[in-house]
Design a protein around this ligand. Structure first.
Ligand SMILES: *[C@@H]1O[C@H](CO)[C@@H](O)[C@H](O)[C@H]1NC(C)=O
Ligand SMILES: *[C@@H]1O[C@H](CO)[C@@H](O)[C@H](O)[C@H]1NC(C)=O
Ligand SMILES: *[C@@H]1O[C@H](CO)[C@@H](O)[C@H](O)[C@H]1NC(C)=O
Ligand SMILES: CC(=O)N[C@H]1CO[C@H](CO)[C@@H](O)[C@@H]1O
Length: 804
C-alpha cells in the first residue's frame, strides 16, 4: 500500500499508537506520517475591508459628512478587523494577514507610515491622524487631493505617493504594529503585511516639477531606516512573520530596478533576522530575470506567487527553487468568483511539493481577496445552480484550508465531492450556451468594421445638424444621486411603489436635470441617469447571460464599491434597454440629448467574466448587443450617443507582450458597436482616469467622433502626448476639473486649463466638460462648478472671437 493512500485514511489517533511500536522500520514510517500530518500550511494574502454589508463604507461616509465621530468610525473598523481575523482562525488558516485593513488605501497607509506627506497638507510631524490622511486622499475646500490611479490591472485605485529629494521621511503611522497587537490581544497571531520598499517607490511619482529629472529609487536609503523601525517594533510586539508585498516584480523591470530589490533586502537583512520574511508577488507571472533576483534575496524565508495568472512561474519553480525556502503557492483565485477546481489545484500542489519538499509548501490565494466579493453565504437571491459554481472571499478561505488539509492527507471527501459536482454541472448546463449568439460572434472575426466616412467629414455633417458653438460644453452623464432617488429605485425594486409612480419620479428627476442644464446653458445635455444604479449592472440586468448578487461588492477606491455582475453564459439583448428614458429626455428639450451606453469592453471588464471561454469571445457577444441598442437609439431620433469605455485602459494586460492582442480585440469590439450609424449621428466615448499616452493610437483607432477623457487630476499628462505631436482629428474633451473632490474650481482656473489645451489642440475639436460623471457629488458642489465651467467656455469664446 502506498504512503498516500494510507495517510488519507489513517486517523490521527492511530499515529499516537504507532509511537509505541519499536522496530526501526516502524519508527521511520512514523516519522514520515508525522511530517505528513504537520499543521496545515495555509495562508491568505489579504482580505476585503469593507465588510459583508459595506459596513466600513457607511461608517466612513457618515464620518466625512460630520454625522459621526472618529471614535464611531474606529469602532466599526475594529469590529470588522476582529471578525475577519476570527473567521480565518476558525477556518483553520495558519498565516492570517493583518494591516490589510485600510481606511482608504494601503499605499496611502504606507505613505503615512513613512511620513511622506506632501507640503501642501501642512502636516507638522507627529502621528498622522484622520485630518491629514483624508485630506491627502480626498482633498478639501482648500487643498487638492493626491493623484489616484489603478492598482495594476485591477479596478482598485491607490493614492500615488508624490516624492522628491526633499521629503523628510519619518515613522509617522504605527498602524501595522497597532493592528498586529490588536489581533494578538484577541488571541490571534497574524502576519503583518506591508507594501515593500521597492514597490512603494516604483509606484510613486516624482513631485510636481521634477517629472523628468528625478530618480525615485534614489530614495531607497532614505525610506529603509523607517522600514527598519517598523520591523524592529513588530519583532518586539511578538511577530514571527512579516509579509512584504512586492507586486512590481511581475512588471517588465530592467536590471537597474531589480538591483534595487537586492540592495533593499540586503540592507534589511540584519534587522529582519529572527523573523520569517515572506515576499509576496501577484497579478501575473514573475519574469525569469526577476525570479532569479527574487529567489536570491537575502534574509527571506518564503516567496509567494500568483499561480492562477502566473502559469509561467510554475515552470520557473519546477526548474529551480532555493532549497529550504518556503513556497506560498497562490492557487485560489483572488480576482474572480468562480469556485476553485480543487482536484486540479491539488495536482498542481502535489507536483510543487515534490519539487520544494514537504513542509516547504504553503497553500495560498493568488493575490489579496480584496479584489473579489466578500461572502456568498447570504446571497439568497442567486439561483441555486449558479450559486454552486461560485466562491467569494469567505468561501475561498475554506478552499485554501481544504487544499492544505488534503495535501497533508486529511482530505475532506464531502467538500471535494460537491466541488467536483458543481464543476460538472457548470460544464454541461444548457443555460450557459446559446448557439445563435456563438455563431454571430464567431462570424465577426477577421473583419475590421470601420465607418464608411472618415472622421473629419463626419464631424462636418454632424456640425451642420447640431449647430454647436466653438468649445461646446457637456457633462459626462450622471448627475448627483440623491437619497430620494436611491429610495425610489429601492422601493420600486422591492415592489413597494407601482411602476407608474416609479416612472413619474424618474421623469420628474430627468426634467429637473434638463431644466438645470438649460439654465446653466450647457450645449449638449444628458438625462442624468437617475434610473441607473450602476453603469454596468444597469445593462447586465437587461441582458441574458448575466447573474446578480445582493452584496457582492468589491472596493474600487476609498469608500466606493462596485457590484460586478457575473457573466456565466452567452450574452444577448432580449429588448431595447435605454430608448424609453433617452427619448423621454430628448422630448423635454430642443438641445441635443446624449444617449448613454456603456461599451462592451467596460461591461466585460467590470463584470466577473466566465473563465470557460476566451475573454474576447465574451466581449464580441456584448458588442453585438450594444450595436443593436445604438441602432435603436438612432431610430428613436437620438443624434448624439455616448458609449463609455472607462475601462479600456484598465483591461490592458500588465505585460507588454500581451498588450497588442488585447488592444486589437478591444478596439475592434468598440467599433462593432458603431453599426451602420449615419454620418450625422455623433458617437462619443468617455474614458475615466489618465495614463492613456501609451495607448493613444488605439484610442484614435476606436474611431469615435468625440472623446471625453480624464485629465485634470494627473496634471495634464494627457496633453503632453499631443504636445509631442500625435495628430488627433476627432473631437476631444479633456476634463477641465476634478469631480472626485468636493472643491469648486473657479472660472479663472478652468479658463486657464482650457487655454493650456488650446495651446496643443485645434479650437474646432475641443470640448469643455468635467473629468467624469457627477453621480457622487452634491448639487451644492455641482451647480457652482458647472456654472463656472460654462462661464469659462464663454469667456474663451469671446476671446477667440476677438482674436480673429
Ligand atoms: C484641508 O486640509 C488641510 C490639511 O489637512 C487642513 O490643514 C485644512 O484645515 C483643511 N481645510 C478645510 C477647509 O477643511
Ligand atoms: C447572514 O445572515 C444571517 C441570518 O440573517 C446573519 O446572522 C449573518 O450575520 C449574515 N452573514 C453575513 C455575512 O452577512
Ligand atoms: C479589467 O480587466 C483586466 C484585464 O483583463 C482584469 O485584470 C481586471 O480584473 C478587470 N477588472 C475587473 C473589475 O474585473
Ligand atoms: C458591425 C457593424 O454593423 N459594423 C458597421 C459599422 O459601420 C459601417 C459603415 O456604416 C458598416 O459597413 C459596418 O457593417
Amino acid at each position: 500500500m502506498g504512503l498516500a493512500s494510507i495517510s488519507s485514511v489513517v486517523p490521527l489517533s492511530s499515529l499516537i499508537l504507532s509511537r509505541t511500536l519499536s522496530s526501526s522500520k516502524n519508527r521511520l514510517s512514523f516519522l514520515r506520517f508525522n511530517l505528513r500530518f504537520r499543521a496545515m500550511a495555509s495562508h491568505i494574502v489579504g482580505y476585503p475591508r469593507m465588510g459583508p454589508k459595506r459596513e466600513l463604507k457607511f461608517a466612513l461616509e457618515s464620518f466625512w459628512d460630520g454625522k459621526s465621530s472618529a471614535e464611531d468610525l474606529q469602532k466599526v473598523a475594529a469590529e470588522l478587523r476582529a471578525s475577519i481575523w476570527k473567521q480565518m482562525a476558525d477556518a483553520g488558516i495558519k498565516y492570517i494577514p493583518s494591516n490589510t485593513f485600510s481606511y482608504y488605501d494601503q499605499v496611502l497607509d504606507t505613505t503615512a507610515m513613512l511620513g511622506a506627506v506632501p507640503e501642501r497638507y501642512g502636516w507638522n510631524g507627529g502621528e498622522i491622524g484622520f485630518d491629514a490622511y483624508f485630506s491627502m486622499a480626498r482633498g478639501n475646500a482648500s487643498v487638492t487631493a493626491m493623484e489616484m490611479t489603478k492598482w495594476f490591472d485591477t479596478n482598485y485605485h491607490f493614492i500615488v505617493p508624490e516624492l522628491g529629494p526633499n521629503v523628510k521621511f519619518s515613522y509617522a503611522s504605527h498602524k501595522a504594529v497597532n493592528e498586529f497587537k490588536e489581533a494578538k490581544a484577541l488571541g490571534i497571531e497574524t502576519v503583518p503585511v506591508i507594501v515593500g520598499p521597492v514597490s512603494y517607490l516604483l509606484l510613486s511619482k516624482p513631485a510636481k516639477g521634477l517629472e523628468k529629472s528625478f530618480s525615485l529609487l534614489s530614495l531607497i536609503d532614505k525610506i529603509l531606516p523607517i522600514y527598519k523601525e517598523v520591523v524592529t517594533e513588530l519583532k518586539k510586539a511578538g511577530a514571527t512573520w512579516i509579509q512584504f508585498d512586492e507586486p512590481t516584480l511581475v512588471l517588465d523591470l530592467d536590471s537597474h530596478h531589480l538591483q534595487a530589490f537586492t540592495h533593499a533586502y540586503s540592507e534589511l537583512e540584519s534587522t529582519v533576522s529572527g523573523l520569517n520574511v515572506l515576499i509576496e508577488t501577484y497579478f501575473a507571472d514573475v519574469p525569469a530575470e526577476a525570479y532569479k533576483t527574487l529567489t536570491s534575496l537575502k534574509g527571506v524565508t518564503g516567496f509567494g506567487f500568483d499561480l492562477v495568472r502566473g502559469t509561467k512561474t510554475l515552470d520557473l519553480i519546477h526548474s529551480g527553487f532555493p532549497s529550504g525556502k518556503q513556497l506560498f503557492a497562490g492557487v485560489v483565485d483572488g480576482r474572480n468568483i468562480w469556485a476553485n477546481d480543487l482536484a486540479a489545484s491539488l495536482n498542481t500542489l502535489k507536483s510543487l511539493e515534490d519539487k520544494v519538499g514537504k513542509g516547504n509548501l504553503v497553500v495560498s490565494t493568488s493575490c489579496s481577496l480584496l479584489h473579489t466579493a466578500v461572502d456568498l453565504a447570504n446571497e439568497t437571491k442567486l439561483d441555486k445552480e449558479i450559486k454552486s459554481w461560485l466562491a467569494f472571499a469567505a468561501q475561498k478561505v475554506h478552499e485554501v484550508n481544504a487544499l492544505a488539509k488534503a495535501l497533508s492527507g486529511q482530505r475532506d471527501e464531502a467538500f471535494f465531492f460537491s466541488n467536483a459536482a458543481a464543476h460538472s454541472s457548470r460544464k454541461f448546463s444548457p443555460r450557459v450556451t446559446n448557439e445563435n449568439v456563438q455563431k454571430a460572434a464567431a462570424s465577426l472575426k477577421g473583419s475590421d468594421h470601420r465607418r464608411a466616412t472618415d472622421v473629419s467629414a463626419r464631424l462636418d455633417a454632424q456640425q451642420k445638424k447640431l449647430g454647436l458653438p466653438v468649445l461646446p460644453t457637456t457633462t459626462i452623464g450622471s448627475f448627483p444621486q440623491t437619497m430620494d432617488l436611491r429610495r425610489v429605485r429601492r422601493e420600486f425594486k422591492a415592489k413597494k411603489i407601482s411602476e407608474d409612480d416609479y416612472v413619474k419620479a424618474i421623469k420628474d428627476e430627468i426634467n429637473k436635470v434638463v431644466v438645470l442644464q438649460e439654465e446653466l446653458d450647457i450645449d449638449v445635455l444628458v438625462h442624468g441617469e437617475p434610473e441607473r444604479n450602476d453603469m454596468v449592472e444597469y445593462f447586465g440586468e437587461q441582458l441574458s447571460g448575466f447573474a446578480f448578487t445582493v452584496n457582492g461588492w468589491v472596493q474600487s477606491y476609498g469608500s466606493r464599491c462596485v457590484k460586478p455582475p457575473i457573466i456565466y453564459g452567452d450574452v444577448s439583448r432580449p429588448k431595447a434597454m435605454t430608448v424609453f428614458w433617452s427619448s423621454m429626455a430628448q422630448s423635454m428639450t430642443k438641445r441635443p440629448m446624449k444617449g448613454m451606453l456603456t461599451g462592451p469592453v467596460t461591461i466585460l471588464n467590470w463584470s466577473f467574466v466566465r473563465n470557460d471561454q476566451p475573454r474576447f469571445e465574451t466581449c464580441y457577444q456584448i458588442a453585438l448587443a450594444i450595436k443593436d441598442e445604438v441602432e435603436d437609439l438612432e431610430r428613436a431620433g437620438i443624434t448624439v450617443i455616448q458609449i463609455d469605455e472607462a475601462a479600456l485602459r484598465e483591461g490592458l494586460p500588465l505585460r507588454k507582450s500581451e498588450q497588442a492582442f488585447y488592444l486589437e480585440w478591444a478596439v475592434h469590439s468598440f467599433r462593432i458597436t458603431n453599426c451602420s450609424v449615419q454620418d450625422t449621428t455623433q458617437i462619443h466615448t468617455h474614458m475615466c482616469y489618465s495614463n492613456f499616452n501609451d495607448i493613444i493610437h488605439s484610442i484614435i483607432d476606436m474611431d469615435a467622433d468625440v472623446i471625453t477623457i480624464e485629465n485634470s487630476r494627473s496634471d495634464e499628462k494627457l496633453l503632453s502626448v499631443f504636445r509631442e505631436g500625435v495628430k488627433y482629428g476627432a473631437g476631444i474633451g479633456p476634463g477641465v476639473y476634478d469631480i472626485h473632490s468636493p472643491r469648486i474650481p473657479s472660472t479663472e482656473e478652468i479658463a486657464d486649463r482650457i487655454n493650456k489645451m488650446l495651446a496643443v489642440l485645434e479650437t474646432n475639436i475641443l470640448w469643455v466638460n468635467p473629468d467624469c460623471g457627477l453621480k457622487t457629488r452634491k448639487y451644492t458642489e455641482v451647480k457652482p462648478a458647472l456654472s463656472n465651467m460654462v462661464a469659462a467656455a464663454k469667456l474663451l469664446r469671446t476671446q477667440l472671437a476677438r482674436a480673429k
